[in-house]
Design a protein around this ligand. Structure first.
Ligand code: SF4
Length: 241
């Protein structure tokens, strides 16, 4: 697919993989996470139709810097909602600029993609939203199992993973679920790092502009102490890798 819907791109993103990233935000996502920071990416056609060539022209301006300092990350939305378009970008960025590449995904749509799909991708930033299937469905509107299947497949492919978990008090901080996550990731030696991300209410204005009902208006953020506790617990699960 040589064109697709792009929400935006950032030329110097710092939180989406190692070093400085050129981050492309693709439109479209099958989840409806209650805490979503980018609800303006949900509808694919809200994005701008762009060609792979036009994106490569942009990336080219920074390619020699990015090769030394970081690389390219495709995020969203959910990039695998436009899997062929994302693949084309990754392949060409590898071939033409030899950049480090990262895919930020919750993996829900990965089941139908062949193993070869992941060859031009160096790192997967994998978002697990909850470990209790019921709570996952309540939080995201979709099933948990495809994400877990994808995580196990990434282990089989020995693909590097950074795991991301958004901590929301009363929604994703149940001790039994955090323990289940630790048990799940303990044997996955391809997981290099876990990032516990504190929920914050900074996307409230986006929900209001879109006139989407936002249930977390009065939701508090976790304290630094709460984040640290979960972070350290999950770090200990991967420390033996
Ligand atoms: S998967 Fe990401 S983009 Fe999609 S709804 Fe959830 S937080 Fe938002």
């Amino acid at each position: 697919m040589n064109q697709g819907y792009v929400h935006s791109f950032h030329t110097a993103a710092a939180a989406d993989g190692p070093g400085v990233r050129f981050a492309i935000f693709l439109s479209g996502c099958p989840f409806r996470c209650k805490y979503c920071h980018n609800p303006d990416t949900w509808e694919m056609k809200r994005g701008t139709l762009k060609t792979v060539d036009s994106l490569l022209d942009e990336i080219k301006k920074y390619a020699s810097f990015l090769r030394m300092a970081g690389g390219l990350t495709i995020t969203g939305g959910e990039p695998l909602a436009q899997s062929e378009f994302a693949y084309e970008i990754f392949s060409r960025v590898k071939q033409e600029f030899s950049l480090h590449t990262a895919l930020d995904t919750q993996g829900f749509l990965a089941g139908t993609l062949p193993d070869t799909y992941f060859e031009p991708i160096d790192l997967i930033l994998l978002d697990i939203k909850e470990m209790n299937p019921e709570r996952h469905r309540a939080l995201t509107g979709k099933e948990l199992q495809p994400t877990l299947d994808f995580a196990l497949r990434l282990k089989r492919l020995n693909k590097k993973v950074w795991l991301r978990y958004v901590l929301v008090p009363g929604l994703t901080d149940f001790a039994e679920d955090i323990e289940a996550l630790a048990e799940f990731i303990r044997p996955l030696s391809n997981i290099e790092r876990v990032d516990v991300l504190p929920f914050h209410n900074m996307a409230l204005h986006k929900w209001e502009e879109l006139q989407f009902p936002y249930e977390l208006k009065n939701q508090r953020s976790p304290t630094q102490e709460e984040v640290k506790k979960v972070q350290e617990f999950l770090n200990s699960a991967i420390s033996t890798h």
